[in-house]
Design a protein around this ligand. Sequence first.
Ligand code: PLP
Ligand code: TYF
Length: 396
Amino acid sequence: AWAQVEMGPPDAILGITEAYKRDADARKINLGVGAYRTDAGKPYVLNSVAQAEQSVLQQSLDKEYLPITGLAKFTSAAASLAYGTQSLERVAVTQSISGTGALRIGGAFLERFHAGKAIYVPGPTWGNHGAVFRDCGLKVGQYRYFDAQTNGLNLGAMLEDIRALPRGSLVLLHACAHNPTGVDPTAPQWAEIQKTVEECEHVAFFDMAYQGFASGDVDRDASALRSFVAANKAPVLLAQSFAKNMGLYGERVGTFSVVGADAAERDRLLSQVKILVRPMYSNPPVHGARIAAEVLTDAALRPMWLGEVKDMADRIIRMRAALRTQLEELGSTKKWNHITDQIGMFCYTGLTPAQVDRLASEFHIYLTRDGRVSIAGITTGNVQYLAESIHKVTKD
Ligand code: PLP
Ligand code: TYF
């Protein structure tokens, strides 16, 4: 029956881990997937999360189905983390299969209720965005974002493109720690973006997969989202993930929310979200949500967690500084200021595909061919070797 089904290509990011695993060289480094590693290069289970899990296990809870919208204790704490304490009565929130699942619910919602059925994402954006939204039946367009000349934001082009979209268009915005570029708008730039979106009566879909990872401060990282919601002019949707900031990757913990004009609209929106979720996966998994709820609501665990998020963000910042310093000390004549200017999990290095290929084949260093480095893969033990290798492939 399936003879006509062709072999598909592997995921561009997850495929890199496979190549890394096959490499037997002791010096090998995986800078592909955006997953946090300790300074020993190991996956990290946060202490706050481990303790929350113990406390969940000790309660010997049953494994009954959750409601369609998930664990209420989790979704309300998650919504407060994202939105702060303001406007929560307008937020229709459902638990989701992490950030990807939230994007998927959002895409389905927009396909059903937005007249334009097209979403505009930054150029470049996370590789999965296009696939997710296309599979939801939306058309996917792009607005300009990254400036390869400066390795920074091209705000002028971004605003020009957003302004040129049909009135009421869907605009996807990375709330913080833009993936793959590590380039975020500053607060004044965000104000201009918000003003433009509002003037054009566009709809803002925030993807927040890295709250806390950009600045180390969860409130600061949510400030663009909160500012849109506080103004209450542009409609806002949000995909929220706890994969990175709680290290709950495989537990698949997140939320999707859509903000209504008032509480009555919230109720109508949530009723439609339930109708979308029911035939999609019926109801979400319970274990990770219980852990996240415990972390967010326990008086001792929450501050402990916030400290651990800050520690992860700080280690990333230290590794950026170390990589830049090493490259400069090796006498590289290239400019590397963007390594420390950019923030969050990733650095868009400007390395060419040929240079990336050489890093893999000669130096056992793996990253995506767009030159994106997952800074979390850098450690005090490998940063010198990494800098030497990057210097060798970029010096001529
Ligand atoms: N959005 C962005 C920009 C991401 O980088 C990721 C990956 O971490 C996600 C969404 C969703 O990830 P997950 O489904 O693991 O929460
Ligand atoms: O960009 C990254 O590396 C993370 C992890 O299909 C990821 O967002 C990558 C690819 C993918 C799912 C998650």
